[in-house]
Ligand binder design. Structure first.
Ligand code: SF4
Ligand code: SF4
Length: 374
């Protein structure tokens, strides 16, 4: 059986070391010329979750986008760059603050707003969703996730980055339609299966730990990682970051397999000086328990937003919430209707001043503590 190759290359920063590291990580896959033919249409898909600076490590670093665009063009590809930020975000501000807008201008590559380009409706594995036309019609998608921990799914990297191919508020609506992490993760896998050929290069030079995907802390990880198989790449990242893949709901069906049967690891093996600060994803905890018990205790296991005094009452979280669970009144922090909250993290992702923390229920904290002790 041919295993998916996942390659790693050490890279300490986004300066001179980046171009050689990119070349090195691609060499294990035959370089750009093995991945794309002259004249083929390629969509480069960074993580443009929110209007954050490159130093905040929320978005893919613009220099990674620059060198990927250059490499693809040298191979003769027709390149576009695009992503749909979290709901309610102003895409122009995301482009500007993330530095991706400037890079695309300098490299003279089109930067797309998926919301303006239309979508293709897809039915797959019982799900219906609309994929940005520019992605669905591409010959190749080059997926550029940022390596981050995630308050809901524990890890966000290659597979989850494809969610940005769904334009507009659809992302939030689908969170509402599939509130259970296990359902949501099946949707992610269905989306991944419906896409054209894709190749992922994870920006793990500086990643994020703690309250990702938007409010965690930047952490130097020192690597790029690449694969034609996004699932294999995420499994290899779990191994590298010492994250149990059973805690990542969209990897659960492969989590019990020995890594050596899932992917072939090549290149540098990054060594982390310490374990990352990894949030306990609600989805993982529910998956560990028998179905009958889950039904019984599910109401006691939750992750919800909590608001701090940093709040400037901008109302973005209210606009982003797909479940209408929030409201803002003058002079007060946002008010949550807890029963409505589906823990989709959309509010957490759009807050411009990091005034939202995803808070775990007492039972979830206890289960998390128990897991650490055992
Ligand atoms: S309050 Fe936040 S986490 Fe809860 S449903 Fe609304 S956007 Fe999602
Ligand atoms: S919590 Fe954040 S997004 Fe919500 S109103 Fe306050 S500042 Fe705006």
């Amino acid at each position: 059986m041919n295993l998916s190759v996942v390659s790693f290359a050490a890279c300490a920063d986004y300066g001179h070391a980046l171009a050689p590291a990119l070349k090195q990580v691609l060499a294990h896959h035959g370089g750009w010329s093995a991945l794309v033919q002259p004249g083929q249409r390629v969509l480069v898909k960074p993580n443009l979750l929110a209007d954050a600076t490159p130093e905040q490590a929320v978005t893919t670093h613009p220099e990674v986008v620059r060198y990927v665009v250059r490499g693809l063009r040298q191979a003769g590809a027709v390149v576009q760059v695009g992503d749909s930020p979290a709901s309610a975000m102003n895409v122009a501000r995301v482009w500007q603050k993330s530095g991706i807008g400037a890079i695309c201008q300098e490299e003279q590559v089109p930067l797309l707003s998926f919301e303006q380009g239309g979508l293709r409706q897809i039915e797959r594995d019982g799900f219906v969703f609309g994929v940005a036309k520019a992605a669905y019609e591409a010959d190749l998608i080059v997926n550029l996730p940022k390596v981050k921990t995630h308050a809901l799914t524990t890890l966000t990297a290659a597979v989850k980055n494809f969610y940005g191919l769904l334009p507009g508020y659809q992302k939030a609506q689908l969170h509402k339609a599939y509130p259970k992490p296990s359902q949501f993760c099946r949707l992610l896998r269905a989306l991944h299966a419906a896409l054209p050929p894709n190749f992922s290069i994870a920006d793990g030079i500086v990643g994020m730990e703690g309250e990702g995907p938007a409010n965690g802390k930047p952490v130097p990880l020192g690597f790029l990682a690449a694969s034609r198989d996004a699932i294999a790449l995420d499994l290899a990242l779990c191994q590298t970051l010492r994250i149990d893949p059973r805690r990542v709901p969209y990897l659960a069906d492969r989590a019990h397999l020995p890594p050596a049967t899932c992917f072939e690891r090549r290149g540098d093996t990054p060594l982390l000086a310490r374990d990352l600060d990894v949030p306990t994803g609600a989805g993982h905890m529910l998956q560990l328990l028998p179905e009958s018990l889950v039904r019984l205790i599910a109401p006691l296991v939750w992750v919800r937003p909590a608001f701090t005094r940093n709040c400037v009452a901008c109302g973005r979280c209210v606009a982003a919430c797909p479940a209408q669970a929030l409201r803002v009144t003058k002079g007060s922090l946002p008010i949550l209707q807890a029963k409505r909250c589906i823990a989709c993290c959309c509010c957490h992702e759009v807050c411009p001043v990091q005034a939202i923390r995803m808070q775990r229920s007492p039972l979830l904290r206890l289960l998390g503590t128990f897991r650490e002790l055992t």
